[in-house]
Every structure is written in structure tokens, then in C-alpha cells.
Write a protein that binds this ligand. Sequence first.
Ligand SMILES: Cc1cc2nc3c(=O)[nH]c(=O)nc-3n(C[C@H](O)[C@H](O)[C@H](O)COP(=O)(O)OP(=O)(O)OC[C@H]3O[C@@H](n4cnc5c(N)ncnc54)[C@H](O)[C@@H]3O)c2cc1C
Length: 453
Amino acid sequence: MGTETRMATHVLIVGGGYVGMYTALRLHKKMRRELKSGELQITVVDPQSYMTYQPFLPEAAAGNIEARHVVVPLRRVLPRATILNGRVTKIEHAKRQAWVQVVGSTSAEGDGSEQVAETRMLSYDLLVFCPGSISRTLPIPGLAQCGIGFKTVGEAIYLRNQVLAQLDIAASTELEEVRRRALTFVFVGGGYAGVEALAELEDMARDACAYYPNVDASDMKWVLVEAGDRILPEVGPDMGRWTIEALRRRGIAIKLQTLLKSAEGHHVVLSDGEEFDAGTLVWTAGVKPNPVVRRTDLPIDDKGRLKATAELTVEGVEGAFTAGDVAAVPDLTKPGNLTAPNAQHAVRQAKVLGDNVLAALRGKALKPYKHAYAGSVASLGLHKGVAQIYGVKLRGLLAWWLHRTYHLSRVPTVNRKARVTADWTLAFFFKREVVSLGSITRPREEFELAAKD
Ligand SMILES: Cc1cc2nc3c(=O)[nH]c(=O)nc-3n(C[C@H](O)[C@H](O)[C@H](O)COP(=O)(O)OP(=O)(O)OC[C@H]3O[C@@H](n4cnc5c(N)ncnc54)[C@H](O)[C@@H]3O)c2cc1C
């Protein structure tokens, strides 16, 4: 690492998410001897010290799963890899060099925000580039100030606290407009992240209303705004339509072919002419490839994705591999198409990628990635779900059960499986916790007030 002379082959993995962590796990499993003898060195760079199992974020936001149980600590599962907590800012692959801004976990303000400590240069032999995607936002007035995404465990924890805190406000205020604003929740984007997050949080808030004598579930206004004419394309048109009806039966407003025009000062204006104040605005209108790809000398396509071959190498480049949300991987099951950015592909691509890195190191032939999309499962709150798997359409309790079974089988490590099962089992016997710990985002507030007196 660095500029010193090395004997070992150094594999640099950029991003410790689905693709990065599973690739490193595969290499750990298959190359134990080389890792032990020091012939192979793996470095994983990620600003976070954990991999996030994103499909469980909606359940974490709803309090069905403890937030810490939806993340997998990289240092624990990859004991022989070097984990660097930092952000890759630039790659010169021609020189086999990457620059990393190392992040400190606390800032001088003590609010947990990142603080850049130093920039390091890493030399490597083989690159695995998988920094995923980021929220695709638009320059809508007020969105950056009032909105929040739904991609990280921090956002899931924040939203749980936020929704419950809004109920606290509504129950305590005497001002009708403050109450109305607190009880209005808007989600923009009807893919699985938006629909699951909205449905799970609405379900939690509905349960929580039982503890607020002056807030009835019907007082809340939950709105899903979607630019297209359908939601949940992942489960097919029929199940998408069924989901719209099921959510409308719960009193949720689904606005199709509608755009968010502005959200200044939490005043939401929609393209259908409706406008109202909303205390909570969640932006889940899709993702785009991580823009760090533009700060490399690797080839990208017109949508900003890294050009990949079916073997998961970077097109026309030696010694570089890629997969997941950042990569334009040809879909061999649908010639002319690319694999969609989802966990189903990411996890399977990581397996092939790991094997191909190993093959490259041993001078063997690389294998192509081929997987036909099997469909999707989505949870819509406790005991509610929708699914389409291998053409089989399911809804309600059965789909919800399938969602849980499928994701439990997929969440990495036995440790996490056991903890998630324990969370679900406890939730079966006890009511869920409906307390807002919003103060964790402002931990120094109380102390500062004390210091002023
Ligand atoms: C709420 C939600 C629910 C979802 N549910 C489903 C589902 O039910 N089914 C499904 O198939 N898919 C689902 N997905 C999509 C799925 O999670 C993604 O497709 C998958 O995570 C992509 O894997 P990846 O490795 O490409 O990216 P990620 O898993 O996002 O990993 C990227 C990693 O790179 C790191 N990183 C970012 N920038 C840098 C940098 N500059 N330097 C170093 N590291 C960096 C990030 O911190 C992250 O750890 C969901 C996504 C969300 C947000």
C-alpha cells in the first residue's frame, strides 16, 4: 500500500456495499491460503465501516428490526482485509493509483458529521470498482433544504424519529396549521424504496396513534407522488395496480403522473395544482451511478455508468472489474439490455466477479455473468406485502411472509440472521416501540443550554 515496494498482489475494492463486501467475502473464502501467507492483499475502501442491507431499511425505519442489525461490520466479516474508512476521490488506473479522503468519525462540533482528516494515495494491482449509486435529485426549489433520501441506515433512523416526533408535535400544539403540517407526510417516487418506506412508516404511525388520544389515524395525510403512470414496476403491472388500491384503502393518496414543483419552507406544490404544508418530505425518485466514476480514467456511458463486459471487467481496460449499481453490465438473458440496478443482480454479480478476479490472478479464463431477473418482493407494513416471483403473483400475508423469508435467507452472516429473527420474534409478543429519540441527532443541545444558564 502507498508508495512502498510490495511483493503481494494488491486488490483494491472501492465500496464495501453489496458488490464490494460479497466480492471480498468470496476472495476470503477461496484464497484463504494466499491471504494468510501475505501473497494477496485486499483493501476495501468505504466511508462507512459496515455494509448496509438496504432491503431491510423500511423495516428498520418502522422499528420492526433494530437499525444496527441491518448493517454488517466489515472488519468483523473480513478479518484478513484492510478496511479503510474514506471516500475514493480520484483514480488513475493507467498508473494503478487511487486517492482516498480519510474521514474522521466525529467532527469538532461533535455532531457525528464527517471531517476530512487526510488524503492518502494507494497503489494497487487489481481494481474492483463498486461504489454503487446515489439519490437522483432534481433542482426543485426547497427540495435540498426540506427533503431527505432513503438509502442509508442514518436516514432510516432519522425518519422513524421524525415521524414519531411529528405525532408528538400534533398532540401538543394548539395551532391547527402546525398540527396539519406535522401530520402531513409526502414521499416522491414510487419504486420499491419509496413505496416500502411509506407503507412501513404509515403502518407504524397508525399503530402509534393508539397512544395519542387526540390524534386519530384519519387525521394523518400520507401522499405518494409519482411522475409515471404506475408504481412498483419491480412486481409487474397487475401487482402494481393492486398495491395502489391496497394503499388507497388505507387512506394513502397516490398521485400518478404528478410532479413535485417546489417545497420551499415545507410548502409543497404539486403539478396537479394541489398545494399544502408538509412536515416530512422524502425523496425516493430513483438513483444515478455514483459520480466518482467521472473522476477516473475509466470508460463511462451516456448515463454515467462504468462500461462493463459480461465478464464484469471494465470494457477495454486491463486489471479492472466492476458490477452493481454503478456498472453498465450487459444482460445476457435479454440481448441489447443492461442488468437493472438491484440487489438481486449485485449479489450474484459479486460471486462471479470474485471468481473472475481469482481466475485473472491464476491466468485462467473468465466466466460471463448471466441471471434472469426472478421478480421482486415488497413489504407494505406488518402482515402486508406484494410479490411477483417467477411469474407467481402473491399479495397480503403470504407475500409479506415470502418477503421476510427471502430477505432473511439473503441477509449476510448467521449473526445478522439470528438478530433479525430475534427482533421479529420479540415484535410478535410485544407492541413495537413508538418513542421518538430525535435528540440523538442533536446530542449537545441539552449541554449547550445548561452551559448558557
Ligand atoms: C431502501 C432500499 C430498498 C431496496 N430494496 C431492494 C429490494 O428489495 N430488492 C433489490 O433487489 N434491491 C433493493 N434495493 C437496491 C439494492 O440495495 C442496490 O441495488 C444494491 O445495494 C447495489 O449494490 P452496490 O454494491 O452496487 O451498491 P451499494 O450496496 O450501495 O454499495 C456501495 C458502497 O460504496 C460506498 N461508496 C460510495 N461512494 C464511495 C467512494 N467515493 N469511495 C468508496 N466507497 C464509496 C458506499 O458507502 C456503499 O457502501 C434497495 C435499495 C434501497 C435504497
